[in-house]
Each structure stands twice: as structure tokens, then as C-alpha cells.
Design a protein around this ligand. Structure first.
Ligand SMILES: [Zn+2]
Ligand SMILES: [Zn+2]
Length: 193
């Protein structure tokens, strides 16, 4: 997801706007080995600004799938990702020397909150193009729920035999696994007393 900034670098006073979109293919994501994109996702990027500063608004609806936290069945869910960044275009980009100077100074991250409590990441871009991949997957990671369940009342797997309790009932539940009770069951009076 590389954003070409050359047109903004040529824009002086007035504000230039540009809409770009990227297609992320279905399959593995950067959200961990278990989380996959169930279908291709379209990422919409709205750019507005000039050679000094560009505001970048990114949004996408991800159709994800991953195993249920309790029963490991595949769960599909929709997750919106939306974030805003402000890119200050650094001098190297203005001079057109960005490519040679794309080292440590390429991106300076600096998170600040706006008045409306919206989190806007401000960074300095010293190249004529900027890559959105890292920021996109970071924000998607933050949007990802901590726990994904196939259903609120998922019964999970039997702790003993691994049976999926949403589908069948196993016999394990018939003998309660309370260790104190099973000790009592084995208790016999001591014959030497
Ligand atoms: Zn489940
Ligand atoms: Zn069982």
C-alpha cells in the first residue's frame, strides 16, 4: 500500500485531495498465524493537503476468520478498521532527495490526541512515497477483539476427551471430576485402628 506523494509535493497553497484504494488479497494477515482474511478487502485512503502536510484517512471492512477461542471451530466476523494520520512532508521529500535519504529519519512517529479525542498519528515523511502497510496492520491489531467466540454460549471442548460439546455430549460429564469426592469414594476404614 504505497502512497505516491509527488502530486502533493507540487501543490503549494491550495489543498489537493485524492482518493486511493488498495485491494488486500484473501489469505494470511499480519494479525497472527490464526487470523486470515476470508475475502479480499478494499482499503480506502482519502488524502488531503499540500506540500507541507497531508491528512490521511484510512478505512476498510475486513472479513476475517479465525478459530473459536473455546471450541476451535472456524469463526467468520467483520471488523472495521479506521484511522487517521497527518504526514508532515520533510525537506528531503521536497528536494527530491528522499530516495537516497530513506534511512533512520524516514519516519518519525509521534502520537497525539486531537481535541475530539480522536487519535491522530503524526509522522514526518521524508520520501516521495510512503507505505501504509505497517500502520494499517497495527491499527487492525488494535481493533481485533481479545476473544473470538463462535457463539456467546459456546460450550467449548471437553477438558478430558476433547469432544466438541456444541455438537455431542461425551460420557466424561457423568462422573464429576471433583477430586475430593473421588477420594471419599475410595476411602475405607483403616483395619488396624
Ligand atoms: Zn466455539
Ligand atoms: Zn469428554
Amino acid at each position: 500500500m504505497e502512497i505516491d506523494l509527488t502530486a502533493f509535493l507540487r501543490t503549494h497553497q491550495q489543498t489537493r485531495t485524492e482518493d486511493v484504494s488498495f485491494l488486500v488479497p484473501a489469505g494470511p494477515t499480519q494479525l497472527g498465524a490464526q487470523v486470515r482474511l476470508a475475502k479480499p478487502a478494499s482499503v480506502a485512503v482519502c488524502l488531503a493537503g499540500n506540500r507541507g502536510m497531508v491528512r490521511v484517512e484510512v478505512s476498510a471492512d475486513l472479513h476475517l476468520c479465525c478459530p473459536c477461542d473455546r471450541c476451535l471451530d472456524e469463526v467468520r466476523f467483520e471488523m472495521p478498521v479506521a484511522f487517521t494520520e497527518e504526514w508532515r512532508l520533510g525537506r528531503a521529500a521536497l528536494d527530491g532527495r528522499g530516495r537516497q535519504h530513506s534511512g533512520v529519519h524516514a519516519q518519525a512517529w509521534d502520537a497525539e490526541s486531537d481535541d475530539d479525542a480522536e487519535m491522530v498519528v503524526r509522522r514526518t515523511v521524508c520520501e516521495q512515497a510512503a507505505d501504509l502497510d505497517e500502520a494499517f496492520w497495527q491499527n487492525a491489531g488494535l481493533a481485533l477483539p481479545l476473544k473470538v467466540l463462535c457463539a456467546e454460549n459456546c460450550r467449548g471442548l471437553c477438558q478430558r476427551c476433547g469432544t466438541n460439546l456444541n455438537r455431542t455430549v461425551c460420557m466424561c460429564s457423568e462422573s464429576p471430576p471433583d477430586s475430593r469426592l473421588s477420594l471419599l469414594g475410595r476411602w475405607r476404614p483403616d483395619p488396624h485402628r
